[in-house]
Design a protein around this ligand. Structure first.
Ligand code: NDP
Length: 444
């Protein structure tokens, strides 16, 4: 049995109850097969893959908090410190009822390769809790975040582990967590990114993931001789990534006709109104049903359906496994040119395979959405030198990083005979650097 297959067996046995982790690991291991085969003896001797698939550390803790009526609740929380071969652990915190260890291991594992692709010195981690911020008051969210940080602060630090936002964790939550960290430790440190601009945050961090997705997509299209301007785009999600992906797509001359949240989706034939979307989601924290009040020409539909809309580009920016085989078939039938992932692993393995086999340009999230973490690393640099760069400076660095990732991914795929397969390219380019660092550092 090949080394890759042996290690996949271990994962299926040991982590049988973590389907998302199995899915992420099998995609990565499958696509780095050519590199592993070429280095099998060295990797085997160092148990490189067995170490790669096992987090360096997983911290689990309870988060007790009191609601506005005085009732006590207890949530379960985690920090997965997956791999620090190339730098301190870096990766977001997710607050969503679906959070359990399998989701965070999949996200932490993906983060290792994504962070490596940015070219910056950051390792992979991820954390979060099954707390649901929906329907909670600001005071309840604050009490949860304070309790969460009261335990987490022991395990993070500017040279150790620097968490950021993810689903359910935006500027409000990062602010509450940072305040509590500072209160406990008395330290004004770069221990979280995505901070507010008045207390160490970076300009363009809020926009970075969504903007980066478009910079990446534009560069890959350019390599294929295709213009982004004038294209029709379908986007899912209505959160941080989706909102700024929509904004940048429109700035680059494309027309975005959809967005969605966890209950329904919007079709706006005139192009999504970003100001209205921000007002609904960021200010009112309301449902997309309200969008029609701002844009009478638009349609609101309950449930799933974004991928039924005819488009040239599809950008899934909501959550994992939201684009399934049936969706892929509809997109292909409607003549889609590119699917570029803004979310982490939003496309199932079967859907990815179908899209690639049917000539769709497929860009995996670990490359396309790396702009968020890259800009988080730029926030750490600014904090370390006690300076703030201008929006234009951060944005141009972000753009250059995304262009570099596009070329590295494309070159790595071509080098191993998989030209145009950006899944293989991203996994190989991300893996090689981490593997070299792990081998150099001995059996740790
Ligand atoms: P947000 O919480 O800001 O937004 C998430 C959006 O997706 C919301 O519109 C939400 O709906 C919707 N959504 C969440 N869960 C589900 C679900 N189970 N079914 C349907 N819709 C759902 O998160 P982000 O925009 O930050 O993150 C989106 C994706 O991008 C995630 O996969 C995340 O891991 C990834 N990502 C985020 C980065 C960042 O910098 N923020 C960086 C890299 C990747 P509702 O409005 O109803 O809650």
């Amino acid at each position: 049995m090949s080394y890759v297959d042996e290690v996949m067996e271990i994962i299926r046995k040991k982590d049988a109850n973590e389907p998302e982790f199995i899915q992420a690991a099998s995609e990565v291991l499958e696509s780095i097969r050519p590199v592993v085969d070429a280095n099998e003896e060295v990797y085997r001797k160092a148990a490189l893959l067995e170490r790669l698939i096992e987090p360096e550390r997983v911290i689990t803790f309870r988060v007790p908090w009191t609601d506005d009526a005085g009732n006590v609740h207890v949530n379960r929380a985690f920090r997965v410190q997956f791999n620090s071969a190339i730098g301190p652990y870096k990766g977001g915190l997710r607050l969503h009822p679906s959070v359990y260890i399998g989701i965070l291991k999949f996200l932490g594992f993906e983060q290792i390769f994504k962070n490596s692709l940015t070219g910056l010195p950051i390792g992979g981690g991820k954390g979060g809790s099954d707390f649901d911020p929906k329907g909670k008051s600001d005071a309840e969210v604050m009490r949860f975040c304070q309790s969460f940080m009261t335990e987490l602060y022991k395990y993070i630090g500017p040279d150790e582990d620097v968490p950021a936002g993810d689903i359910g964790v935006g500027g409000r939550e990062i602010g509450f967590m940072y305040g509590q960290y500072k209160r406990i430790t008395g330290q004004y440190q770069s221990v979280l990114t995505g901070k507010g601009l008045t207390y160490g945050g970076s300009l363009a961090r809020t926009e970075a993931t969504g903007y980066g997705v478009l910079y990446f997509a534009q560069e890959i299209l350019k390599l294929r001789g295709i213009e982004l301007a004038g294209k029709t785009v379908a986007i899912s999600g209505a959160g941080n990534v989706a909102t700024y992906a929509i904004q940048k797509a429109q700035q680059l001359g494309a027309k975005v006709v959809t967005c969605s949240d966890s209950t329904g989706w919007v079709y706006d034939p005139d192009g999504i109104d970003v100001a209205a979307l921000k007002e609904i989601k960021e200010v009112k924290r309301a449902r997309l049903t309200e969008y029609k009040n701002y844009r009478p020409n638009s349609e609101y539909h309950e449930g799933k359906g974004v991928w039924t809309v005819k488009c040239d580009l599809a950008l899934p920016c909501a959550t994992q496994n939201e684009l399934q085989l049936e969706d892929a078939k509809t997109l292909v039938a409607n003549g889609v040119t590119m699917v570029c992932e803004g979310a982490n692993m939003p496309t199932t393995l079967e859907a990815t395979k179908y899209l690639q086999e049917n000539g769709v340009i497929f860009c995996p999230g670990k490359a396309a959405n790396a702009g968020g973490v890259a800009t988080s690393a730029l926030e750490m640099s600014q904090n370390a030198e006690r300076l703030s760069w201008t929006f234009e400076e951060v944005d141009s660095k972000l753009k250059q990083i995304m262009i570099n990732i596009a070329h590295n991914v494309s070159d790595a795929a071509a080098k191993y005979g998989f030209e145009g397969d950006y899944v293989v390219g991203a996994n190989i380019a991300g893996f090689e650097k981490v593997a070299d660092a792990m081998l150099a550092q001995g059996i740790v």
